[in-house]
Design a protein around this ligand. Structure first.
Ligand code: NAD
Ligand code: TYD
Length: 349
């Protein structure tokens, strides 16, 4: 793989993956990042990369629903691998306005697959990033394995399920060399503060309520984003084409104790903060419609076949993440004030 097209590389996981590939991995080729820069895409995530890796990194503001622009980039840069992150990714937004999820997650993925199919002679790999949410919700017991049926419950997970099926079908029908990974909830640096962990950290620091949906007993399996990046690169290099791999953190937690953990860490590292104990900010609010009770993921296939396992513990991962949000006040302020949007508009209008 010499020229990897990364879609959605300016979002949370995509930008962490670009940092990982260029700074920590054995990859020696070039990255072409295309991103529409929706509210979730932030060029500031990659400022240091633009400076440090001028010869190996290029960015284009492109919508994956725009076939013509995609085709031009594909040909100009002799793309031989695709790592597809671009998506609308937030469940609550998919409940409020599902349409963008259908366009980007389904049609956008279809456009990329078509481009790969029509350039198949020089495509080594199409890696599709997906979620454990396609499997639906578990009760108190059980664990998702790669062979489980898909039972998505939100417009977000349904659109991701549709895209997974399309990717699979392009392998079965056209023999496109694909791999798919279905990962559990990620957390870490550069996550947009609408998702649970960064939202709670930033609200707690500002003495704002910490809104917990329902009774706080919903369970997620948390994975530190750098562990996810390592898993993706492992699969891209050694995964069997046509296969799906589950990725998980082995860290099941109910939402309430997770938020309490965040509060305890903040009590320790911000002893002078007048908001202590931060737990007192916790507020229970109306539940999310169709709220999946529990996700748990069996990643033994990835562990057995490709020797990957998560390295970060939840405690150390949360400590690193909270510290990152406290240390990167400019990044946080630019998002909160909307300044990052003004910057994008002035640079890409
Ligand atoms: P994110 O919302 O932070 O980033 C998504 C990126 O895609 C943004 O930069 C956005 O601008 C870009 N984008 C959106 N629509 C686009 C379009 N039409 N054309 C081009 N770019 C577009 O999301 P994330 O959390 O980084 O998730 C990345 C991928 O990982 C998604 O496919 C998501 O389904 C999957 N995933 C996420 C998690 C998680 O916990 N965050 C877990 C498992 C899988
Ligand atoms: P989220 O980070 O949105 O990820 P996902 O819905 O994809 O799992 O939410 C994680 C869990 O936290 C989920 O059970 C919903 C819950 N949640 C809250 O209780 N309060 C909040 O403000 C948010 C954003 C999420």
């Amino acid at each position: 793989m010499k020229n990897i097209l990364i879609t959605g590389g300016s979002g949370f996981i995509g930008s962490n993956f670009i940092h990982y590939l260029l700074k920590e991995s054995n990859f020696s080729g070039r990255i072409i990042n295309i991103d529409k820069l929706t509210y979730a895409g932030n060029p500031e995530n990659l400022i240091s990369i633009e400076d440090e890796f001028k010869d190996r990194y290029s960015f284009f503001k492109v919508d994956i629903c725009d076939k013509e622009s995609l085709a031009n980039i594909f040909i100009k840069y002799k793309i031989d691998a695709i790592c597809h992150f671009a998506a609308e990714s937030h469940v609550d937004r998919s409940i409020a306005s599902p349409e963008a999820f259908i366009h980007t997650n389904i049609i956008g993925t279809f456009n990329l697959l078509e481009l790969a199919r029509t350039n198949q002679d020089h495509i080594e790999l199409f890696h599709h990033i997906s979620t454990d949410e396609v499997f639906g919700s578990l009760g108190d017991t059980g664990i998702f394995s790669e062979d489980d049926p898909y039972r998505p419950n939100s417009p977000y997970s349904a659109s991701k399920a549709a895209s997974d099926h399309l990717v699979r079908s392009y392998h079965k029908t056209y023999n496109l060399p694909v791999t798919i990974s279905n990962c559990s909830n990620n957390y870490g640096p550069y996550q947009f503060p609408e998702k649970l962990i960064p939202l709670m950290v930033l609200n707690a620091v500002e003495n704002k309520p910490l809104p917990i949906y329902g009774n706080g007993k919903n369970v997620r399996d948390w994975l530190f984003v750098n562990d996810h990046c390592k898993a993706i690169w492992t699969i891209m290099q050694s995964g069997k084409r046509g296969e799906t791999y589950n990725i998980g953190g082995n860290t099941e937690m109910e939402n309430l104790p997770l938020v309490e953990m965040i509060c305890d860490i903040l009590d320790d590292i911000l002893p002078e903060n007048g908001n202590r104990p931060h737990k007192e900010l916790i507020t229970f609010i109306k539940d999310r419609p169709g709220h999946d009770l529990r996700y748990a993921i069996d990643f033994s296939k990835l562990q057995r076949e490709l020797r990957w396992k998560p390295e970060e513990s939840l405690t150390s991962g949360l400590q690193k993440t909270i510290k990152w949000y406290l240390d990167n006040k400019d990044w946080v302020n630019h998002i909160k004030s909307g300044e990052y949007r003004t910057w994008i508009e002035s640079h890409y209008s």
